[in-house]
Every structure is written in C-alpha cells, then in structure tokens.
Design a protein around this ligand. Structure first.
Ligand SMILES: [Zn+2]
Length: 836
C-alpha cells in the first residue's frame, strides 16, 4: 500500500501570483511526446480590453473592520472623469457589497445620488452631463458581506474572495489573526467599489483603522499614524503614483517589521514574530535584486517603497501588489528549513520584477496577461543567471519547459488570447512559462543587448500605462530594425509548438540533415533560426540554419562521417525534438564535449529513461558522480543507482561515493538523495552509522531521510535507545520530519501513534504543503485497522470537505477520503462531492 518515497519530489511553490504547482521531478523530457492535446475552440466568449467610459483618477479608502462578523466598513471616495464621450452615469464594479449611501461631491457640496445596484455593479446617476474636462467625485459608504458570502464565492472561483479574515476569533493553536486582500484578477471590487479593469490606474490613499496591537500595510508610504479615543489607531497610507486597481492591497496582523534600505527607498519585511530573526535571511538579496533589475533595465525602481509581507492561509504563492508584495507563509521557516528552501529567491525576484512588468506597464486585458507573467518569470531567470550562474538559470528554464509541456499535453492555446470564460484561466503555464521561454528565444535571436534595450525602451515609452502585445513587438522592431511579425505571430498568437523530426546521412564526403515539422494544424509551420553543430575529428563547426518548411534538407561538405550532429537547444526552448539516430556513443560524446546545461541534461535524462536494464549505464552515472558535477545532475545520477545490485561492477565504489556525499556535499538535496539511495541498496542495514550521523544534519530534508532509514533498518529492540531517538523527533513541526515518522510508524504498524499523528495533522494541515498529512493519517488508521480511529478520521475529512474554504485543502481531504475503506458513509460522501 505504501510506495517508499525514494524519489525526490520537488515542491515548487509557484509564485506566479496564482498558481501553486506541485510536481514530481521525473520530468517530461524535452523530447517526450505529448498525448493528443485539446486545441481550445474559439467558442468561449470574446474578452477584449474593457471599454473606458470613465478613467479612474484617484481613490481614497477609509476602512475599519469587524472581526466578529468578518466585515469591512468603508468609505470610498472615488474621482473619475469621462474618458472621451460625455457621460450622465457612472458604472462602478462593486461585488457583493452592502451599499449604505452614494453621494456626489460637487463644489464642496454633498448630494445624494440615485443609483441602482445588482450586487456586481453600481450604476450611479450623475446630476448632469459630464465631459472629459470635468472631474466627478463620488463618496460611497458601504460594508462588505460577512465572510460566509465571500467563502461561497471563493468556492466557485476556486481561488479567492478579495478580502480574507484569517482566524478572526483569535483563539486556537497555530493561528494568528490577520486580514489580507487579493485583488488579481478582479476581486478587489469585493472590498471597495472601483472600475476593476487592468486598463485603469489611479493614485490612492488608504486610512486603515485597527486595534493598536496590529500593524497595517498598504500601497505607497505610511504618512502618519493617529491614536484614536477608542483605543484604536488609524494608519494613513498614500500612493502618489497611479497603478491598476487589482494591485491595491491591505494587510493587518501582528507582524514583526524589519527595516532594510535601498538608495533611500524604505525596504521592509513583515513576518510572523517567531521568524523575526530569520527575516533578513528569508528576504536576502532583495536590495541586491533592486540594484540588478534597475541596472539591467536601465530604469531605476520607480516606486516610493518596497515591502514584502508573509501572511497565513494565502491561496497562491505571492502577489505583486505595488510596493506591498504578499507572500505565502511557507517561504518563512526556521534556520534549518531555510537551508532546504532553494527556490525562495525565485518568488522574490518574480514579484519584484513585476514592479516594472505588470505594475509600471500593465497588460491592458487579462488575455494579454503574458505581458505581466512571462516577464516576471523571465525576471527570476535573469536574477538566477546573474547571482548563481548559468546552470541555476537554466534549471529554472528547464522547469518552465516542463511546466509548459505538461500543460500542452492537455491543452494548447495561443499565449495571447481574447476568448476565455474566466480571467482565472489565463493564469496558466502558457502565460507564465511558454511566454518566458519565448522571451528567451527572442533574446537569443536578437542578442542580449538589443533585447535589453528593447525592454528598457518599452518601459520608458509605456510607463504608467497599459499595453498589448503589438506595442511590445513594435518596440522590439524599432530597436532591432527588423520585422518581427513572424516571430510574434507564431509564438504568441498561435497555439502549439514545433515538433521536429530530424535525420542525417553521410555519403561521399557530404552530410545531409533532413528536418520535418510534424506538428499539425492549428499549429503553424514555424520559422526557426537554429544552430547546428557538426563534430568531425573532434572539431566543432557551427552552422546557422533556418527551418521554415514542412520538410527541408541541409547539407555540408565534411571530410569524414561526423562523430556528432547536434541541434543547439538554446534557440529551441519550446519544441519537441526527435533525432532517433543519436546513439549511446553520440550521447557520451555530447556529454563530454559540451558544458552547456541543456546538452548535459539531455544526456543524463536519456540514460536515465532509455536504459533497458537499470544499470546498463553504470559507467556513465559513476562518471557523473565522480565529475563533481552540478547538484541537480548529481541527484539524477544518485537516483540512477537506486537498488544497485551487489554484483554491480562499481558496487563498493558507489557505496563509498554515496556515503561521502551524505556528509560532504554542500547541497542538502544531494545529501538527502544519497541517503535515500543508500537505503535502497541490498543491505540497507549496513549503513546505520551513516543514518545515525545524518540524524543530526542541519537540514530537515536530510535528517528526515535519515530518520526513516534509521527507523526501518535499525534492528534494536523495542523500548530501546531507538525508541527514545524516534520519540525525540516527534516534537518537530517540519513536514519532512512528520511524514518520515508517520510513514515509518505506519509501515511497522505501531499502534500507539494515532494521537500523535492526529494532533500533528489537525495542528498543521492548513499550512501550505502540509495538507498531505491528511493522507498519512488515513493511511495510518487504515493499516492499524482501529474502527473508532477510522470513524474519527472520517469525521475530520467530512468537516473539511463541508467547511473548509481553501480549495487545496478540500482537494487533499477528497483524495484522502478516496483511500478510506468504502463504508456506506464514505461512499455517500464521495458521491455527494461528485454531484456538487
Ligand atoms: Zn506573477
């Protein structure tokens, strides 16, 4: 019933201002064939940029909160003007608000305005016809719906409700009282009336009244703070630069606030008080990123401050609210957890880069979302390349390739699209990853200098406005002097990607490369400028070709049969490439003659997946391990030796290498993989001293791998020192530690651990990444077979499925429920959910 978790699982917190993706590391190889994807029909509604009847100019919000009913009481004063045509009415988005009054403010005079409200929009009658030279000022007094209403809607939306009260009652374990908002794509109108479209922007003032123990955060700078007579405090935040309504935010909580500084612009980090000491580590490099991006874009960070706040129960990875980024709680952790969290900077860089691409220049409609998200994804790639080198950058690029190809197996749409049902659909791997990969290919095609200069020019030209893809293209064309319609059309405006089949022949001193484009309509026939390397007598000759037909041949004179014909992947990031003639020998050649990440990865991945006998390529993988290679390649090689048999040619050598790695490797994920593979070898109990040593490793991942192996293979008697050691790990709150113990206790059917596991589960399953505890609890009670415990677990799952707001947790509970014995009650609940 249990699969031993010897494979490494990558939990990738996907910043992506929306997607939280968990995926397994055994990747969709670059060359794997997708199943038949679904091409999206254009029968979804047309969703153009919103018509601008009015332009927002300024928004003033005065808000206070009722924790008991989880409501916000607000006064919104909104200044607009007709965009072009004279208007007699003003239409504002206001979702599920309780409207108390709408007042028109004219010449210091207040006039009640007539209005209609349909729970989505307020239509206000103006007192006369207003022209584009006029300013219109309205004041709306309102209250948000109590949380129940919001919760229902969030269930439907699957992601958010605009305004969230976290743990409003303030009692219970592991919870902190917080309020935070999430506005993208169009949910800020759940907590204030506005024109909730990305092609609007305005300046902003926010007065937030809270009990004095809370800190507040909003966009712009904190101008002053006033203590009120009723023990509350009002913080006044002001943002003098215009930004889009979906970027408005507020957060309230008992945060620890840590000041950093960058070029006299305040940089602040808000974390839970327990992590105050770690804040500077969590947000390490933020100021260096500000330098790097300002410099790279030749456009200094344009906003008056930069804050990042970590909140509880946040449903997405992070959100780039202007000057006040919200991040999910699992990027904070104690010192040991931070060692393992290798991609924290990816999120931080992504949200920061949005402050140019997204916040300064904004996509004009959600169909153009890639103008925000492809760039933000690219931003983290650029940062990793700068700070950590090309392999770390390319690892992130590979992750983008995998994300896109995985999604492309199910559906292929154009990156820019006007037809969709809900804007939430746009927050997919096409907008983020395919978009970013296209930008990389454009960078390769135009050269880095032209590419960066185009970005800079685009920002300067369109600062504080919204754009579509053609405006971006025009800037690239102006800078490079080239027509780029073909490039933008095939990559951004058409679905799919190239599927190339290649073959080469050699005869009479001539090499012929045949290339077929195998993708089918509606994917276009692509124009692909690529480099082909031909290796003869150990010397590489690089040829630049353009593939632009369904079938083509390219030929070159060569003095003998080449050792290798290799198409460079760097200009073909979004493609599947099949070159069946590449032999084992050619792959070995490729590995030893290229330093390029993608070339190396392709070889290791090939040997990992192509082997017939698991250990056909033991020589190769041993070489990779001895090479002192890149950590990710090392892990792939370590995993290749899982279950390596005693008769293996290098058994002793591999044992020694793995043992050394568990102690000496600088990367905790490598040490973890080494322990997992050691414990998969034929005599796992002979490495007990290794496991015991690693129990004290500074990394939780390593210690928990060691813990499981130690539990499984130490033969000491019950009640011995072994039990004492295991018991001492029960206190930990780290997910790796908890699941290692849970798996072990389940495996050996240890009957007295139910209370411990139940407590861990109920305390922590709402934490991001901890929802899997529900599954471990179910597996445990099933194996132990105690009916009362099973019943109690069922009640917990039922409660979550009926009451829990967060989709990921309901989804985890559903999957856990499916593993329960199929009693009447379980069957009924499963059926009810299906119907729902
Ligand atoms: Zn983003």
């Amino acid at each position: 019933m249990f699969k031993q978790l010897t494979k490494r699982y990558l939990t990738i917190l996907f910043f992506g201002c929306f997607a939280c993706v968990v995926f397994k590391s055994e990747v969709v190889g670059i060359s794997n064939l997708p199943a038949k994807p679904v091409y999206q029909q254009n029968n979804s509604p047309y969703q153009p940029a919103s018509t601008k009847l009015h332009d927002l100019i300024h928004t003033k919000l005065e808000v206070k909160f009722d924790w008991d009913t989880q409501q916000l009481h607000g006064i919104a004063t909104i200044q607009v003007k007709p965009h072009f045509y004279p208007q007699k009415q003003l239409l504002l988005d206001a979702r599920d608000l309780i409207i108390h009054s709408v007042v028109l403010l004219t010449n210091e005079e207040k006039k009640e305005a007539a209005y209609t409200y349909n729970n989505q929009q307020i239509n206000i009658d103006l007192d006369r016809l207003y022209t584009k030279e006029d300013a219109i000022l309205v004041e709306i007094n309102y209250t948000t719906q109590s949380n129940q209403q919001g919760a229902k809607d969030s269930f439907k939306l699957g992601s958010n409700q605009g305004l969230c009260f976290i743990h409003a009652r303030g009692t219970g374990p592991n919870k902190l009282q917080q309020i935070w908002t999430q506005g993208e794509p169009n949910t800020n109108s759940y907590w204030f009336p506005t024109i909730d479209s990305p092609n609007q922007r305005c300046t902003q003032e926010t007065y937030i009244t809270v009990q004095d123990n809370f800190k507040t955060l909003s966009n712009g700078t904190l101008v002053y703070t006033t203590l009120n007579d009723d023990q509350t405090r009002t913080d006044y935040w002001r943002m003098d630069l215009p930004h889009a309504p979906y970027l408005f935010m507020l957060a309230v909580g008992e945060f620890a606030e840590i000041q950093d500084d960058w070029n006299e612009i305040p940089v602040t980090y808000y974390v839970e008080p327990a992590y105050e000491k770690q804040a500077l580590t969590i947000f390490k490099h933020t100021t260096e990123m500000l330098d790097f991006f300002s410099d790279k874009l030749d456009y200094p960070y344009p906003w008056p401050k930069y804050s990042q706040v970590i909140v509880r129960d946040y449903m997405v990875g992070a959100m780039e609210n202007t000057t006040a980024v919200v991040l999910t709680e699992n990027i904070q952790g104690d010192d040991r957890a931070l060692l393992d969290n290798i991609d924290r900077e990816e999120i931080i860089a992504h949200e920061l880069f949005h402050h140019w691409f997204g916040n300064l220049v904004t996509c004009e409609s959600w169909g153009q979302l890639t103008l925000n998200e492809a760039f933000a994804t690219l931003g983290s790639h650029l940062w990793y390349g700068h700070k950590h080198g090309s392999y770390e950058r390319d690892r992130l690029i590979l992750k983008s390739i995998e994300h896109y190809l995985k999604e492309a197996q199910l559906r292929q749409v154009s990156v820019i699209r006007d037809h969709y049902i809900s804007p939430i659909e746009m927050f997919d791997s096409h907008s983020y990853h395919k978009g970013a990969l296209i930008l990389h290919m454009l960078k390769t095609y135009l050269g880095e200098e032209a590419f960066l200069q185009s970005l800079s020019q685009y920002l300067k030209k369109y600062a504080f406005s919204s754009t579509d893809i053609h405006q971006l293209r025009k800037v690239f064309e102006e800078v490079s002097g080239q027509d780029l319609n073909w490039f933008f059309n095939q990559w951004f405006l058409a679905p799919g990607h190239p599927i190339l089949q290649t073959e080469h022949t050699y005869a009479n001193d001539k090499l012929v490369l045949k290339v077929w484009q195998k993708q089918s309509a509606p994917s276009p026939i692509y124009r692909l400028p690529v480099a082909v390397d031909v290796w003869v007598k150990g010397v590489k000759e690089r040829h630049h070709i353009t593939i632009d037909k369904p079938y083509q041949e390219f030929s070159w004179s060569v003095s003998q049969r080449p050792e290798l014909v290799y198409i460079d992947r760097n200009s073909l990031l979004v493609a599947e490439l099949k070159h069946p003639q590449t032999t084992t020998q050619a792959y070995r050649y490729l590995y030893s003659h290229y330093e390029d990440f993608f070339a190396k990865y392709e070889v290791i991945n090939y040997f990992n997946t192509a082997k017939i006998d698991r250990f056909d390529y033991e020589d190769f993988f041993k070489e990779v391990l001895e090479d002192d290679s890149y950590w990710m390649f090392k892990i792939m090689a370590i995993e290749a030796f899982e279950g390596y048999h005693q008769q293996g040619k290098y058994h002793t050598i591999i044992e020694n290498i793995l043992t050394d790695l568990t102690i000496q490797d600088a990367h905790s994920w490598v040490r973890e993989a080494a322990i997992n593979t050691l414990s998969s070898l034929p005599n796992p109990d002979s490495y007990l001293d290794v496991y015991e040593k690693s129990l004290a490793d500074s990394s939780y991942r390593v210690a928990s791998a060691a813990l499981y192996a130690y539990g499984m293979y130490s033969n000491e008697e019950q009640g011995s020192i072994k039990d004492t050691i295991l018991l001492s790990f029960e206190e930990y709150e780290d997910i790796h530690m908890i699941t290692s113990l849970a798996k072990y206790y389940t495996h050996i059917k240890k009957t007295d651990k139910y209370e411990w596991l139940k407590k861990k589960t109920t305390d922590f399953y709402t934490h991001l990444g901890y929802e899997s505890l529900l599954t471990y609890l179910v597996d445990y009670v099933c194996v132990i077979g105690n009916l009362a415990q099973q019943e109690e677990t069922f009640v917990l799952l039922e409660h979550i499925l009926k009451e829990e707001k967060m989709v990921r947790i309901r989804s985890a509970a559903y999957h856990a429920l499916q593993r329960m014995p199929k009693t009447k009650a379980v069957k009924k609940l499963l059926a009810d959910i299906k119907e729902d």
